[in-house]
Design a binder for this molecule. Sequence first.
Ligand code: B16
Ligand code: MG
Length: 214
Amino acid sequence: MIRAVIFDLDGVITETSRQHFQAWKAVAYMIGVEIDSTVNESLKGVSREESLKIILKYGGILDKYSKEEMEKLCFCKNEYYKQLISQFTPANVFEGVVEMFEYLRGKGIKIAIGSASHNAPALISAMALEPYIDYIVDPGDVKRGKPAPDIFLKAASALGVKPSECIGVEDAVAGVEAIKAAGMYAIGIGDAEVLKEADVVFGSIAEIDLGIIA
Ligand code: B16
Ligand code: MG
C-alpha cells in the first residue's frame, strides 16, 4: 500500500535549472571557465558544492581553489540564484502538479519534497504549495546527496512510513538511482532511454497515470 509520495523539486514540480545555469555561468565566467548546456546537464540534482567541483574540474582548475575560496564561490552563486528565483509565483508550477497533490490528499497519501536544494522551502512558499506539503527534507540533515538514498530515506522516516510504502518522483539519473537505493518505487519524469532505472517513466508530471499510485 502506498502511503507517501516524495517529489524532487527542480525538473519535477518546477523548472529552476535555467536559473541555476545562469548563476553558475556568471560565477564560472568570473574564474575564467566557460560552461555550456552539456555541463549544465551534469549539474542537475547535484548539490551546490559538488556542482562547483564539476565546474572547476571541467576548467582544469580544481586543485587551485581552497575550501574557503570554494565556499565564497558557492555563496556568490547562491546570492545570484536567489535573486533570479525571487520572481517565482504559482505560475511557475508545472501543469498537473496541483491536481496531483489534490488527488493524493484526497486519498490520504502524504506528500514530501526530497530535493538537493537548500532553497526548496523558499520556492515551495513562493509557489503557494505549502498547504499540500507534509515534509520538506533539509539536505543539510543528511550525510550523502543523491545518488545515495539518504534524502528519500529521511523523508520516509520523518513521515513515519516504510520505504516500501513510498513512491519517489525524479527527473535526474542520480535521483532515480537514489529512489531505487532507498527501496522505493521510482517514477521518472523525462526520457525513458535516459532514466533506465526507473520503474516507469512519463514525459511530464501531467502525464502520470494516477491509477499506478492508488
Ligand atoms: P541549491 P533538485 C537540485 O535540485 C538542482 O537540480 C541542482 O542543480 C542544484 O545544484 C541542487 O538542487 C542544490 O540547489 O544550490 O539551491 O541548494 O533537482 O534536487 O530539486
Ligand atoms: Mg531534479
